[in-house]
Design a protein around this ligand. Structure first.
Ligand SMILES: Nc1ncnc2c1ncn2[C@@H]1O[C@H](COP(=O)(O)OP(=O)(O)OP(=O)(O)O)[C@@H](O)[C@H]1O
Ligand SMILES: [Mg+2]
Length: 280
């Protein structure tokens, strides 16, 4: 083999800092200033709260970790395009305001789940872990109500809802967790049966006690854990129900557009170092 060939066939991922999706994800700090981390593998996260509360900020922090994790593939749904748009180069799929494409991508995720479970059954595996060598597929949906209640007709909305519910219900054990956010935390958008499939829930500021309970679970507001108490001026504050089983007040980490640009650029490079050559 010539020297030139040897250089061409150098390992695709250059030496440099990267993360694993199995590492705890840094979400922010709690009221004592302690770091709040979350392990997403094997769990789904539901995020809700009024417009401008900080949902997309949190989603971007998770997206940054996932994009820097070379053992994780990303599937992004963003009906607004600009909330997660900077991560497009790191994602296998980026769906905007096209309801047909949204259904198509969800159906492909469903087929992938079926394949994974068939493979797992053959191998006698009940839950994927790093030793199985399968890449995680993290699906992040910013404003899922756009796909379940706004774009398209009733039939396509119902189909998307059914496929999303299936992914949330079955994805976690086969390495395909879901993070889904909405600014419409009401019973019609998040029925209890869907909410309960999310082990982790995060409520940013809500306008009513019932919407806070729709996200966290009925009864938390009465016990004093209510996202209406969050000041409108304190964007990024939220109640996080995760490990520990009791909602915890957090201040989410926040990346500016410029910081996202830099991380996204680096993430795209560690994932596809030869991407300019690939397009030739
Ligand atoms: N953790 C944070 N720390 C400080 N400021 C924040 C934080 N999160 C959000 N903000 C501020 O709040 C603004 C709105 O946040 P973000 O876009 O995340 O809200 P959202 O809940 O996604 O709103 P929408 O429902 O309209 O999409 C941000 O542009 C930023 O200025
Ligand atoms: Mg948003």
């Amino acid at each position: 083999m010539s020297t030139l060939m040897a250089v061409k066939e150098a390992p695709a991922v250059p030496v440099g800092p990267s993360l694993s999706i199995y590492d705890p994800i840094f979400l922010g700090i709690d009221e004592f200033g302690a770091h709040v981390n979350l392990g997403l593998m094997g769990r789904n996260l539901l995020v809700g709260g009024e417009p401008g509360g900080g949902k997309s900020g949190l989603l971007n922090a998770i997206c940054a970790h996932a994009a820097l994790s070379t053992d994780c593939r990303l599937v992004l749904f963003d009906g607004k395009l600009v909330e997660l748009g900077q991560w497009e180069d790191s994602a296998d799929e980026f769906v905007g305001f096209d309801p047909e494409r949204a259904i198509n991508v969800m159906a492909r995720l469903s087929a992938l789940m079926n394949n994974r479970y068939t493979w797992m059954k053959a191998k006698g595996i009940r839950k994927i872990d790093p030793s199985h060598g399968l890449e995680a597929v993290l699906t992040i949906i910013d404003e899922f109500a756009l796909y379940t209640a706004t774009y398209g007709d009733k039939k396509s909305q119902e189909l998307f809802t059914a496929l999303m519910r299936d992914l949330v219900a079955r994805g976690r054990a086969c390495g395909m967790p879901v993070v889904a956010a909405t600014q419409r935390p009401s019973f019609d958008i998040i029925p209890t049966s869907l909410r309960d499939l999310f082990a982790y829930r995060c409520a940013f500021r809500c306008t009513t006690e019932s919407s806070s309970d729709v996200i966290l679970a009925h009864g938390w507001a009465a016990k004093g854990y209510c996202a209406t108490a969050i000041l409108p001026t304190n964007q990024g504050e939220a109640l996080l129900l995760a490990e520990g089983g009791i909602p915890r007040s957090i201040k989410g980490s926040f990346l500016t557009d410029d910081q996202i640009k830099q991380i996204a650029d680096y993430a795209a490079w560690i994932r596809r170092p030869h991407r300019l050559e690939d397009t030739k």
